[in-house]
Design a protein around this ligand. Structure first.
Ligand code: HEC
Length: 491
C-alpha cells in the first residue's frame, strides 16, 4: 500500500480502464489481427488473377486500417498501460514480475509490426509489378503474422489473470504463460478477429467501389465467404473457452453480464445476443446469395453488433474473475490473498502510506458538533474510515458515482440511517453474500471506522440532495443530528 490512491469518483476507475481497453481490442481485432491477413490475401488474389481492381480495393482498405491502427490503436495501447498502472499498480506490478520477458519480446514484436505496416503501406505503389510486387505480397503476410503474434502474447496474460494455473505453485514464466485459459482464449480470439475484420471490410467496400460496378458484388461475396468460414470457428473456440472457465467464476456470470440490478434479465439478454448473432450471419449470407447485393446501410447492423458483442464480452471477462484481479493470488483491491492474515492482525492502515482527506461536503455533513473533545475524535475516525474505503473498496466502487456504494446501501437499507451497527454485519460477511467482492481485509476497529464513514456518506448524499432542493450547500438535513450516536458511544 505504498502508492497514492488514484480515484475517479464519478465514472469509477473501472470505467477508465474499460473505455480505453475495449476501444483498443476493437481496433486490434477488427483492423489489425483480422484485417491484415484479409488484405494480404486480397492483394495476392489480385496478382494471381492479374486483376488491378482487387489491388486497388485492398490498398484503400489498408489505408483506413493504417490510419486508425497507428493513431487510435497505438494510443489506446499505451493508454492501457497508463490507466492500469494508475488504477491498480499492485496488479500491474505482479504481472510485470511474472511476464517480464514476455513483455520484452512483445515490445520487439510490436516494433516490428509498426515497421512492417509502414513499409507495407508506403511501398504499395512503388513495388507495383514483377518480383517487387511478389516481395510486397510477402510483406503483407509477414505483417499479418506479426500482428497475430502481438495478440498471441498478450492473450496469455489475460488468461493468467483469470486462472494462473500451475504458476501458483511453480512461480515460473512458463507455467504462467501456459495457463489453462491461454489456448482456448487464443482459439476463440483468432477467428473472432477474422470475422470482425470481414464485417469491417464488408462495410468499407461500398465506399470504395461504385454501385454499378459488378466488382462490388464480387468483392463483397468473397469477403462474406471469408467471414462465414471464420464464424463456426468463433463458436467452437467460444465453446472451448467457456468450458475451461473455473466453476466458481461461472457464479458471477449473471452479474457480469447484467449488473446486480438487472441480473434477472440474463435469459432475455442471452436471447438478444443469440438473435443478434443470427442477424449478423443472415446479413453476411444474404451478401453471398443475393443477386443484386445488400444495400450499404445494412452493413451498419453487423458492424455495430460485433463491436457491441465484443465490447460486452470484454466486460464479462474482466468481471467474471472477481473478487480477484489475478485469480486466487490477488484481490481486485490490489491486496494479495497471502497478506490477508497480516492485514487482519496489524490493520490495513498500518501498511497504508497515502490518505485522501475528507472532502468539504463530507465535513459539512458531519452532525451538529458535539460539545467537548468528541468532535476531533469523530473526524479522525471518519478519516480512517475513508482511508479504509479508498484502500479496500475504491478499486471497484465510487462513493456516489457509477457503482456507488451509497446507491447500493440505499437499495439495501432504504431510508433507514445506516448506523454502523447495521452495516457492520453486512460488511463482515459481504464476500459470502456477494462472492464477487473480496473479504474485508482489516481489523474489527477498521471495519467500524468504515461503517461510520458509510453512515456519513448517507448523510452527505442527503445533504447534497437537500441543498439542491433548498438552494443551500450547507443545509443539514432535519432529524439526522443524532445519527452519529453509535460512534460517540465507542469513544
Ligand atoms: C472486486 C471489486 C469490489 C470490491 C473490492 C468491493 N466491491 Fe462492493 N460490489 C462490487 C460489485 C461489482 C457489486 C455489484 C454491482 C452491480 O452489479 O450492481 C458490489 C455491490 C456492493 C454492495 C451492494 C450489495 C447488495 O447485496 O446489494 C455493497 C453494500 C458493497 N458492494 C459495498 C462494498 C464495500 C463497503 C467494499 C469495501 C470494503 C466493497 N464493496 C468492495 C464489487 C466490489
Amino acid at each position: 500500500m505504498d502508492f497514492p490512491v488514484f480515484h475517479l469518483d464519478i465514472l469509477g476507475n473501472r470505467a477508465l480502464v474499460a473505455i480505453i481497453a475495449i476501444l483498443h481490442v476493437l481496433v486490434n481485432h477488427g483492423l489489425a489481427v483480422g484485417l491484415m491477413p484479409l488484405i494480404a490475401l486480397m492483394e495476392w488474389h489480385g496478382v494471381r488473377k492479374n486483376d488491378p481492381r482487387w489491388d486497388n480495393l485492398a490498398y484503400r482498405i489498408l489505408f483506413v486500417a493504417f490510419i486508425i491502427t497507428t493513431t487510435v490503436g497505438a494510443l489506446t495501447g499505451v493508454g492501457i498501460w497508463f490507466s492500469v498502472s494508475l488504477v491498480n499498480p499492485y496488479s500491474i506490478g505482479s504481472l510485470i514480475r511474472v511476464f517480464f520477458w514476455a513483455w520484452f519480446v512483445e515490445w520487439l514484436v510490436f516494433i516490428t509490426e509498426v515497421c512492417l505496416i509502414l513499409a507495407y503501406t508506403l511501398t504499395w505503389k512503388k513495388w507495383a509489378s514483377g518480383e517487387a510486387k511478389r516481395r510486397h505480397v510477402r510483406l503483407g503476410f509477414a505483417l499479418a503474422t506479426f500482428s497475430w503474434i502481438t495478440m498471441a502474447i498478450i492473450v496469455s496474460i489475460l488468461g493468467f489473470m483469470m486462472d494462473p494455473g500451475n504458476w501458483l505453485s511453480e512461480n515460473t514464466l512458463l507455467a504462467g504463460f501456459t495457463n489453462p485459459i491461454y489456448l482456448p482464449q487464443l482459439a476463440f480470439r483468432t477467428p473472432l478477429a477474422a470475422a470482425m475484420a470481414g464485417i469491417v471490410a464488408l462495410f468499407l467496400v461500398p465506399f470504395f467501389v461504385d454501385r454499378h460496378d459488378p466488382f462490388r458484388l464480387e468483392a463483397s461475396r468473397a469477403i462474406a465467404l471469408w467471414t462465414l468460414i471464420a464464424s463456426p470457428f468463433v463458436l467452437l473456440g467460444g465453446w472451448w473457452y467457456y468450458s475451461v472457465i473455473p466453476g466458481t467464476m461461472m457464479e458471477n456470470l449473471a452479474v457480469s453480464a447484467m449488473t446486480l440490478q438487472f441480473m434477472g434479465w440474463l435469459n432475455d439478454f442471452l436471447w438478444i445476443v443469440a438473435l443478434t448473432v443470427l442477424a449478423v450471419l443472415i446479413t453476411v449470407q444474404l451478401t453471398i446469395v443475393s443477386r443484386r447485393g445488400v444495400p450499404r446501410f445494412a452493413y451498419l447492423l453487423p458492424l455495430l453488433a460485433v463491436f457491441w458483442l465484443t465490447g460486452h464480452f470484454e466486460r464479462v471477462r474482466e468481471f467474471i474473475r472477481k473478487p480477484y484481479v489475478i485469480g486466487r493470488y490477488m484481490y481486485a483491491n490490489g491486496l494479495r490473498v497471502e497478506d490477508y492474515p497480516l492485514l487482519r492482525r496489524d490493520g490495513l492502515l498500518a501498511y497504508t502510506t497515502y490518505s485522501i482527506p475528507l472532502s468539504p461536503p463530507e465535513i459539512t455533513a458531519m452532525p451538529d458538533r458535539p460539545t467537548g473533545t468528541g468532535y476531533q475524535g469523530a473526524i479522525e475516525r471518519l478519516q480512517r474510515g475513508k482511508d479504509v474505503f479508498m484502500t479496500a473498496c475504491s478499486r471497484c466502487h465510487t462513493t456516489n458515482g457509477v457503482n456507488a456504494v451509497a446507491t447500493h446501501m440505499q437499495r439495501m437499507f432504504g431510508d433507514r440511517p445506516w448506523s454502523p451497527s447495521l452495516t457492520l454485519d453486512y460488511l463482515s460477511n459481504m464476500h459470502n453474500a456477494q462472492p464477487y467482492m473480496p473479504p474485508f481485509p482489516g481489523t474489527q476497529e477498521e471495519l467500524f471506522d468504515l461503517a461510520t464513514y458509510l453512515e456519513l456518506l448517507q448523510r452527505s448524499a442527503t445533504a447534497v440532495a437537500g441543498a439542491q432542493q433548498a438552494g443551500s450547500v450547507l443545509a443539514t438535513p432535519p432529524g439526522r443530528s443524532t445519527a452519529l450516536r453509535p460512534l460517540e458511544g465507542r469513544q
